[in-house]
Design a protein around this ligand. Structure first.
Ligand code: AMP
Length: 393
């Protein structure tokens, strides 16, 4: 068992909390602040305990000096201050006197946010490469380390594994909740049904290979389904195809013919657009100039009948181009089914969670994971360095 934030006396301690403030930003504005909201429980707890709180996070990818200007974490200070009801201080520096003086000036319950940890990636990839000196330096700034960044827990970076290897450490509430909720998928009860959608097979090969062994049924929809249909010799017209992975799909279909369930009908159109006519047809009847952008009614019925038997369901990836209102229906109908069955229901990965929030189902499932890649790796049974590196109880 790993220690959690509850296992420490935080009063007057300098507590470094690694958060995930990697929020989408467009034209300098925060588009979706869910990740900030999700981090509040842990930060508020530390404030209430009288800690001197030092927050760290990455934002975006920093490959060269020019990437820094548009990825400064300063953008989140007003929003975070507002949510916490306190003025969050900000250090533009990720090391040196400015940062150290600000930390030394913190009183009990004060909060400091340090600039984007990935600014240390230029030069030398020190953050992403888990540079020993950097992890030790950041650890020297605090007394206790709390990892509450689930989105990066599958990576060994200086700001998680590096710091944790030099300080007493614990999990924050968000990481604890994710690990607890997702651990039912590592050795699931049966029948275990998986729904996989999204655009590309290539992104999900590891998940398919792992889940096909554990799951009783894998229902495949979305763009991914067309590479599987092609692998069965069906003409998919202009539908999205992951040519390189046709062989992989053929192999999975031949090894597990009873587990993989593919769409039987779909909504097709001649252009990737919401503004052109569309109609439903069986998958065998897709025209040369047509592409499938959503599952059809017969497929909804087929998938629903399998969900009726499930004890646990994991869903990653939307079943159609849900960003277009004409092609949201399949995802919406299955979400509606999901919240009305007697099973543990888990959504994993950004797009299906975003779709479920937009369609009003997110709060009705057992767990909607905040992680993307990390959720899939955890399910594959891989150890998460950001969790493994935390002190044992
Ligand atoms: P992923 O990130 O792999 O979960 O993929 C999500 C994306 O898959 C969304 O942007 C959907 O629009 C897209 N998608 C779902 N179904 C289809 C489809 N039939 N054709 C093309 N893209 C799709």
């Amino acid at each position: 068992m790993k220690k959690t934030i509850r296992d420490f006396d935080l009063t007057d301690k300098k507590v470094i909390i690694r958060c995930d403030f990697n929020v989408p930003i467009k034209d300098g504005e925060i588009v979706d602040d869910n990740r900030i909201v999700q981090s509040l429980l842990t930060i508020n707890y530390a404030i209430d305990q009288g800690a001197r709180v030092i927050l760290m996070s990455h934002l975006g990818r920093i490959k060269e000096e020019e990437d820094k200007a548009k990825n400064s974490l300063e953008v989140i200070v007003p929003r975070l201050s507002n949510y916490l009801g306190t003025d969050v201080k900000f250090s533009h520096a990720t090391r040196g006197p400015e940062l150290e003086n600000l930390i030394n000036s913190l009183g009990q319950g004060d909060v400091l946010l340090m600039e984007n940890t990935r600014f240390e990636d230029v030069p030398g990839k020190k953050e992403s490469g888990n540079d020993e000196e950097l992890g030790a330096y950041w650890a020297s700034l605090g007394d206790i380390f709390i990892n509450d960044a689930f989105g990066t827990a599958h990576r060994a970076h200086a700001s998680n594994v590096g710091i944790a290897s030099h300080l007493p450490s614990g999990l924050g509430f968000l990481v604890e909740k994710e690990v607890n909720a997702l651990s039912v998928l590592v050795d699931p009860v049966h029948p275990f049904v998986v729904i996989l959608g999204g655009s590309k097979v290539s992104d999900k090969i590891g998940v398919i290979e792992n889940l096909v062994k554990k799951a009783d049924k894998i229902l495949i929809g979305g763009g991914m389904a067309y590479t599987f249909l092609k692998a069965k010799g069906i003409n998919i017209g202009k539908s999205i195809l992951d040519e390189e992975n046709i062989g992989f799909c053929q192999k999975v279909l031949s090894e597990y013919p009873d587990k993989i369930v593919l769409p039987v009908d779909n909504l097709v159109t001649e252009e990737y657009s919401n503004d052109v006519p569309y109609h439903t047809c069986d998958v065998e009847n897709i025209g040369e100039n047509e592409m499938g952008l959503d599952i059809g009614e017969k497929t909804v019925e087929l998938f629903s009948s399998i969900l009726d038997t499930a004890k646990i369901v994991f869903w990653n990836g939307p079943l159609g181009v849900y960003e277009f209102s004409n092609f949201t229906k399949g995802t919406e109908r299955l979400l509606d089914k999901l919240v009305n069955i007697n099973a543990t229901t888990i959504l994993g990965g950004g797009d299906i969670v975003a779709a479920s929030a937009e369609l009003g189902y997110k709060d009705k499932v057992t767990h909607a994971s905040t992680g993307g890649g990390v959720t899939l790796e955890f399910m594959e049974g891989k150890e998460l360095p950001g969790v493994v590196s935390i002190s044992d109880k």
